[in-house]
Design a binder for this molecule. Structure first.
Ligand SMILES: NC(=O)c1ccc[n+]([C@@H]2O[C@H](COP(=O)([O-])OP(=O)(O)OC[C@H]3O[C@@H](n4cnc5c(N)ncnc54)[C@H](O)[C@@H]3O)[C@@H](O)[C@H]2O)c1
Length: 400
């Protein structure tokens, strides 16, 4: 077989659990479904566990396994470092990788605090001058329906409302104290975990920024939780020893809701919670504009609801768009015939295709957020926290 002329892009990934699996799957599939200007190679996976990490490498097809991220980010063979670790552990890896001239993809939220996010943004700015690209895994941008929403909203005149609520319900009193409840690791709770996706989706779809936070409320419903022996590698997991009684303090929010103004003059309402019992992963957004509206819920990810205010009133109503049309919907060309629907993992595969397009200087199908973008999202997270804690309105110009 003739050897491909496409240049290799050696990927190293740090973290092997929930996102580690989602990203490994993306690297495994992306070049099979998309024509890319570079060829992603699963070079090294890095974890903490001496038995599980080589097993993970073998299972997913990584060439090498490492237990030391400091070696990985310096490895001259590595081109692209992907960070799938808890939030407080994004920055040291990202900054070291950027200083070594690597492209860096980092999970969201960018950091556990705005100060740290700023450091990462600055490191990315400096590295960009030398050609390094940064990406942040706001993975829902990889859902075709959100790209369609973005296109429709750009043609519907002024944006009046963004109504974004990200509702999960897994964090009841029996859920143990996994890292997502620990402030110094996660930075925040539902706010940074879920709200960050909503803020990014609002920025992505409308192209606007939040300019003012006009009130915010945060709450921690369950103040103490059982301490697990170890994280179980899923969101609410954590092995709690039988009969264990040792409790630890929850140091993040369980829910945050806030109001904001948008740069185009519209209003935005955001709500993120892990206590919307009965909801599992209801990442919802509605945008109302002069000439119509869009509405989306990830639990029905392939469907975008669209209302065209210019329709003949006799037949006006919400249209249900199946976003799987290869000729018209982003990423759909890579997958299956119409309405042969795609799922959660495809968002990651799709977004990674756009990352490799950026690296290979080909136009991405949707814009991929970089560290500057994710820093803007982190500013909004911070503004909402300041508003809630100070019980005041926040002008986003004051949040730097
Ligand atoms: N894009 C999304 O939709 C999405 C979904 C879930 C999680 N996330 C984000 O992904 C990141 C990881 O979350 P997760 O759910 O995969 O967490 P997880 O607990 O399932 O996995 C974390 C991984 O990081 C590793 N790790 C932790 N500390 C380490 C260290 N010091 N050295 C080496 N490895 C270390 C753990 O061993 C584990 O493999 C977080 O930032 C989270 O917010 C994003």
């Amino acid at each position: 077989m003739a050897k491909s002329k496409t240049r290799d892009c050696n990927v190293a990934m740090i973290g092997t659990k929930f996102m580690g699996r989602a990203h490994a799957n993306a690297y495994l599939k992306v070049a099979k479904f998309f024509d890319l200007p570079v060829n992603p190679v699963m070079h090294t996976v890095c974890g903490r566990n001496a038995e599980q990490t080589p097993a993970f490498a073998e299972r997913w097809g990584w060439k090498h396994a490492s237990l030391n991220w400091k070696d990985v980010v310096k490895d001259p063979e590595v081109d692209f470092v992907d960070i799938c670790t808890p939030n407080n552990f994004h920055e040291p890896i990202a900054v070291a990788a950027l200083e070594n001239g690597k492209h860096v993809a980092c999970e969201k939220p960018l950091a556990a605090s705005l100060d740290v996010a700023r450091k990462m943004r600055d490191a990315a700015k400096a590295a960009k001058k030398k050609g390094a690209k940064t990406f942040v895994w706001f993975s829902y941008r990889g859902c075709p329906a959100l790209g369609v929403a973005r296109d429709l909203v750009s043609k519907m005149g002024p944006v009046y409302h963004v109504r974004a609520n990200y509702l999960q319900g897994w964090a009841g009193p029996d859920t143990p104290l996994v890292w997502r409840f620990i402030g110094k690791v996660a930075g925040s709770g539902a706010h940074g975990d879920l709200g960050a996706h909503s803020i990014d989706a609002a920025r992505f779809i409308t192209g606007q920024e939040v300019t003012e936070i006009c009130g915010s409320i945060e709450n921690t419903f369950i103040k103490k939780r059982l301490i697990p022996e170890a994280d179980a590698g899923n969101i609410k997991g954590g092995h709690v020893a039988k009969g264990a009684k040792k409790m630890g303090k929850v140091t993040v929010d369980d829910a945050v809701a806030f109001l904001g103004r948008l740069s185009g003059g519209g209003m935005a309402i955001f709500e993120a919670t892990r206590f919307a019992i009965g909801n599992q992963n209801a990442n919802c957004i509605e945008v109302n504009c002069e000439k119509g509206s869009i509405r989306w819920n990830f639990e029905d990810a392939n469907i975008l609801w669209y209302y065209n205010a210019e329709d003949d009133p006799k037949r006006a109503g919400w249209q249900r768009i199946m976003c799987t049309d290869a000729g018209h919907h982003p990423f759909a060309h890579a997958w299956w015939p119409d309405a042969h629907i795609i799922g959660y993992e495809h968002g990651f595969i799709n977004l990674s295709s756009s990352m490799f397009n950026v690296i290979g200087r080909k136009k991405p199908e949707v814009p991929v957020p970089d560290f500057e973008d994710a820093y803007q999202t982190q500013r909004v997270l911070e503004g909402a926290v300041l508003s809630a804690r100070n019980r005041t309105w926040i002008n986003m110009k004051d949040v730097k």
